[in-house]
Design a protein around this ligand. Structure first.
Ligand SMILES: [Zn+2]
Length: 69
């Protein structure tokens, strides 16, 4: 009846799960850096949202433009 009785499903190659908004980035050197910038105006723990060309704090409205590299 069931042809796939004991047929194991092929193990999926361990796909890297999408790190949903990982807050930290680990450099090759092992340094852990925050991928988000803390807001200089707000208290600690307040981070700014990253946009393609700037960071913006949703709390106080502070905006910091990215430097052109
Ligand atoms: Zn702020």
């Amino acid at each position: 009846m069931s042809e796939e009785k004991d047929k194991k499903k092929p193990k999926e190659k361990s796909k890297k799960k999408k790190a949903a908004r990982s807050l930290y980035k680990v450099e090759k050197s092992g340094t852990v850096t925050s991928t988000r910038r803390p807001c200089p105006r707000c208290e600690k723990g307040t981070y700014m949202a990253e946009h393609y060309n700037r960071f913006a704090c949703g709390r106080c409205g502070y905006t910091e433009f990215k430097r052109k590299s």
